[in-house]
Write a protein that binds this ligand. Structure first.
Ligand code: SAH
Length: 346
């Protein structure tokens, strides 16, 4: 039986240098190949034109390059682009390019399916199939960057980890991917332009703070009342809001970076005064801003977008307490590219 070849991008630069030395070549060859793999985004060993044929063949017999393939690209009437991305083992994830007047944002996936069970999210219904590798996350960004240049004439300006999956349940790979995205050897993007969104896993939020990450943090809050929150996001029964609060205070103390809360207002779920008051109280714990997201129905009667009146009541209450609140309109709804709609439908 043929041995399963290893994904060459699972190797660090050091490991690649060591590999060449162990095979009687110069460590420098490792740098060269590393640059092809990341900076130049080579899809095959053949592409590596300044590497000898013998070396390329040697690499070929030891490794594979598990490059993603954009299987299908859909473009929304509002300019949003959705990629269905095929992975080396045939599984599919989705990533989205969201253009505005001033910037383009990539929304990328971190898992195939999702570890969590939010009742209002289409991705949750897929269950978690596996974590994405760092190179699979990186490749999604590269693909969106190309599309940004092609359709909007400028490089990608921002990245949000708000696609499929819970980034903090794939912690190491997400951090490795961000390391390459921000490294001058990769895409050289500023970490200030990257936001990782979590449903709120307190232990991992603290770990982010301990690891002194430089990117931004968003938390999908949706309710600041334990009973309500654990009804709509059942996993959160294990992580009461008091623990979430504590982890966010820890995060802020270490990073001094303001947190964004994502919040959908639903009819008869969190459109009452008690919910508004609870959110205002929660927002006092650490400096933050609130993004009120429009609900994208996922053929489920339980959840309905609240009235404009209720959303305005939220904004009034938050602003009265000097908390920045913005309403986020949905983008790419017509191609199932909006928040919570990523479910590999096509
Ligand atoms: N698991 C992470 C990353 C996914 S981000 C997290 O939850 O933060 C996707 C965002 O879309 C989250 O804020 C999520 O709560 C929100 N969302 C999920 N389903 C939605 C829907 N049907 N309509 C609007 N927003 C939704």
């Amino acid at each position: 039986m043929e041995m399963q070849k290893k994904d060459i991008r699972a190797l660090s630069k050091e490991q690649l240098r060591d590999f060449f030395v162990a095979n009687g070549d110069k460590a420098f060859r490792g740098n060269q190949v590393y640059e092809w793999l990341w900076g130049k985004g080579a899809h095959s060993f053949e592409d590596m034109s300044n590497v000898s044929k013998a070396t390329r063949e040697m690499l070929e017999s030891n490794f594979v390059i598990n490059h993603i393939k954009v299987d299908q690209m859909q473009r929304s009437e509002d300019g949003t682009v959705k990629n269905a991305v095929r992975l080396h083992d045939g599984l599919v994830v989705e990533s989205v390019l969201i253009p505005t007047e001033t910037r383009t944002t990539a929304c990328v996936s971190s898992q195939v399916g999702c570890s969590l069970d939010c009742n209002f999210c289409a991705t949750a219904r897929l269950k978690r199939m596996r974590n994405l590798a760092p190179d699979e996350i990186y490749d999604q960004v590269v693909a969106i960057d190309k599309e940004s240049r092609l359709y909007y004439n400028h490089p990608l300006s921002n990245i949000v980890f708000m696609g499929m999956g819970e980034p903090l349940m794939n912690y190491n790979n997400v951090l490795k991917a961000i390391e390459m995205i921000t490294s001058p050897e990769g895409l050289g993007m500023s970490p200030k332009r990257i936001t990782v969104s979590t449903s709120g896993v307190p232990k991992m939020i603290k770990k982010l703070a301990d690891d002194e990450v430089k990117f931004k943090l968003a938390v999908s809050l949706h309710s600041a009342i334990d009973d309500t929150r654990s009804r709509i996001m059942p996993f959160s029964a294990n992580f009461p809001l008091s623990e979430l609060r504590e982890s966010l205070e820890y995060w802020y103390a270490k990073t001094k970076s303001r947190v964004t809360y994502e919040y959908v207002v639903w009819k008869d779920i969190n459109d009452d005064k008690a919910s508004i008051d609870a959110l205002v109280r929660f927002c006092k714990y650490v400096p933050c801003k609130v993004n009120l997201i429009e609900y994208n129905p996922i053929d489920d009667g339980e959840f309905q977008q609240a009235s404009d009146e209720s959303i305005n009541a939220y904004i009034r209450a938050l602003e009265a307490h000097d908390i920045v609140a913005k309403v986020r309109r949905s983008r790419g709804k017509d191609i199932d590219a909006a928040c919570g709609q990523l479910a590999n439908k096509s």
